[in-house]
Design a protein around this ligand. Sequence first.
Ligand code: GN1
Ligand code: MG
Length: 355
Amino acid sequence: MIDFIRQNVLSHFGVAADDAKISPLGNGHINYTFLVRGPDSDFVLQKINTEVFKTPTALVYNADKISQHLHAKVASGQYGLQVVSPEVTTNKDLFVDLGEHGFWRGINYLPHSHSIDVVGCEADAEMAAKAFGHFSAALTELDADTIEDVIPNFHHLPGRIELLEQAVQTDSHGRVNQCRDWVDFVLSQQDLLQELAAVETKLPHRICHNDTKINNMLFDKRDMSSLAIIDLDTCMKGYLMYDFGDMVRTFCSPEEEDSTALDKVQVRESIFGAICKGYLSELGDVLNDDERKSLWLGARVMCLMIGVRFLTDHLNGDVYFQIHHQGHNLERAANQFTMYQSLLNQQDTLSAYLN
Ligand code: GN1
Ligand code: MG
């Protein structure tokens, strides 16, 4: 793909084919991301997965709107992080659509940035949660209806379980027998669905990040302070409990999302406490009572839901998430279900942090 980029994409961004170094960047599961080091400046180039993002123009327009809003906040001294912005083409467009050869977009590269996949200490968890909270608080004045739903029903647990049931029915790759226990485990979690149905209707829709993984918060490698919130691809209307939940699922484990060392996968209580502290320091006054109470539910739903999504993709033959080896999605699913079980095992202690 790097040769293709050199020959067909770089010129749209005003960079000559032989003038750039191109290398893969980050750990995304959906889009293809590269760092382009040009003679004068660097930028991030992405090939958007249009099977997943069926209206990629909506994605880039949403991201641009959010970016402009945050820049205005920076200018008025109300936003303390750096902002990711579109890197426009030589025609001043937000993207290059090469049809069957891909939908490409550029993003500014933030110098001195550094990302991590596993949180090492409470201080980092608190700082990252504070940064995500700061991001959401800054978006409260942007009208949520101006942001398009790039993936309808993205965080919709009942819909995700239905898709799992369909994958089990079809069993297109003959993998159901191998994961029957996990399927039964998911289907035994009916109480969670009922709890969710009762809470959801009370919650306000807000613009959410929807992918608050630890590696979507960049640290400044000079002093390890928070630098920026990145990956605005799935910013959409939703419930903040899911942003909280995605932090819990990705910050709290001492292992990566795809670790097979399940005996080590668990929710670290001290990290959970640090997330609550950091997130509420920015959003404590913004959240209403129902939203605050919903956070514990959000944590459980997110862990279960991403496990369901990985398991479904394994059964469907790995058509959604990029995998690095056979069985990768099943390993990810087992890891996330283990996180979910760890949350349930610590229900009383953990939920007390939110009272
Ligand atoms: C995907 O590609 P990435 O890493 O930004 C996925 C998220 C999942 C995540 C799991 C559009 O995000 O929902 O939580 O993988 N994004 C999409 O690591 O499905
Ligand atoms: Mg993402």
